[in-house]
Design a protein around this ligand. Structure first.
Ligand SMILES: Nc1ncnc2c1ncn2[C@@H]1O[C@H](COP(=O)(O)OP(=O)(O)OP(=O)(O)O)[C@@H](O)[C@H]1O
Ligand SMILES: [Mg+2]
Length: 335
């Protein structure tokens, strides 16, 4: 079970402006990019995708740290073939260790390390704002080119904040109604949380708060409805809101594809998100259902190592190359 299921269901129930804004991050940041893998639902392949993307990036000669942010449900270490280590994120969160670098464990691949998740669900779920700020600051001090966040299930406030903190937010989903529903819920939660923590939109926070209540009297159900209301109330804020909408571009990976019609589910989600929410989703690829995934998991071996010639491994390489090249256009080293 995910630790956050005992915490606030609605990510906006914690209305305080979170102090995780990028302005708190020291300018000399070592980490080039953070990718977060979420999805709203359990068992949709977040950990498999996190570990596989981490391995593919490491093969591109990038220094990668995969971080298990499934607070209380940590198992990323197993998908990377590593035993649960002595020091984990929980020790840093609780203050048992001062230095997050002490929690970085080698996977045997010189380019790839892992920080295992907190096993102590209670402490992790009670992560305070100041602990979260300390955590984000520590992430950026790590000695890595890329951090890969493996998120827990659900739309709890911490999960959404981890997702929003990343440079690249990836949503993973199965072509099944329950998973699709949860993915939409996740997208909406992340979207509203992003707006609610954007200082430039302070003047329209009451409208954003109202929009989060699905039964609000103004009939605001989607981000597009919100834009209409904000624009009518304050055209300048409407412009800023439009900017924020344009900046929110989650990526989508469809997992466990068994037929061509499944592939098209990703296209429908993309077009529905655009039409009804005004949100641009970048559908970056899909992974087929392959029976050898459980074999790798049962052997506690990374899938990419056990089955390097599989179709999943080829898709992961393609997706990683795409994101890597896209990101490299803005990396300082590429300027
Ligand atoms: N493409 C795939 N083909 C076959 N099986 C898969 C595939 N992707 C994931 N699985 C199976 O689904 C299970 C869940 O995968 P994984 O643990 O990566 O999901 P998760 O989203 O991280 O779950 P949780 O929310 O519990 O952390 C795994 O046991 C794995 O066997
Ligand atoms: Mg997982």
């Amino acid at each position: 079970m995910n630790a956050e299921s005992s915490g606030p269901e609605n990510p906006l129930s914690d209305w305080s402006l979170d102090p995780f804004a990028r302005s708190t991050i020291p300018s000399a940041r070592r980490v080039r990019e953070i990718w977060a893998i979420g999805g709203g639902k359990g068992g949709v392949g977040k950990s498999l995708i996190s570990s596989s993307l981490s391995m593919a990036l490491a093969r591109l000669n990038q220094k990668v740290i995969a971080i298990d942010l499934d607070l209380g449900g940590a198992n990323l270490h197993t998908t990377l073939g590593v035993d649960f280590p002595q020091l984990s994120l929980g020790d840093f969160i609780s203050g048992r260790t001062e230095n997050l670098k002490d929690c970085v464990i080698s996977t045997g691949n010189p380019n790839l390390s892992i920080i295992s998740g907190a096993q102590d669900a209670v402490n992790a779920a009670q992560l305070s704002s100041s602990q979260k700020t300390r955590l984000f600051d520590a992430f950026h001090q790590l000695d890595a080119d890329y951090l890969i966040f493996d998120l827990g299930a659900g739309t709890g406030v911490h999960t959404i904040d981890f997702f929003l903190h990343a440079d690249v937010g990836i949503i993973t989903m199965l072509p099944e109604p329950t998973s699709i529903e949860n993915a939409y819920r996740f997208i909406k939660s992340a979207y509203f949380r992003k707006l609610r923590t954007c200082p430039q939109l302070e003047s329209v926070y009451p409208l954003i708060e109202l929009a989060m209540d699905g039964k609000n009297g103004k009939g605001i159900k989607t981000p597009s409805d919100l834009f209409r209301e904000v624009n009518a109330a304050n055209p300048e804020a409407g412009l800023r809101l439009r900017e924020q909408i344009a900046r929110f571009q989650p990526k989508l990976i469809l997992n466990q594809i068994r037929a061509q019609t499944d592939v098209e589910v990703g296209l429908s989600v993309k077009s529905v998100s655009k039409r009804y929410f005004g949100i641009d989703i970048d559908y970056i690829g899909y992974l087929e259902y392959e029976t050898n995934v459980w074999q790798a998991i049962r052997r506690k071996k990374p899938f990419m190592v056990e089955f390097p010639d599989s179709r999943i491994a080829a898709s992961i390489d393609r997706i990683t190359n795409y994101l890597y090249r896209k990101g490299s256009a803005i990396k300082p080293s590429a300027l």
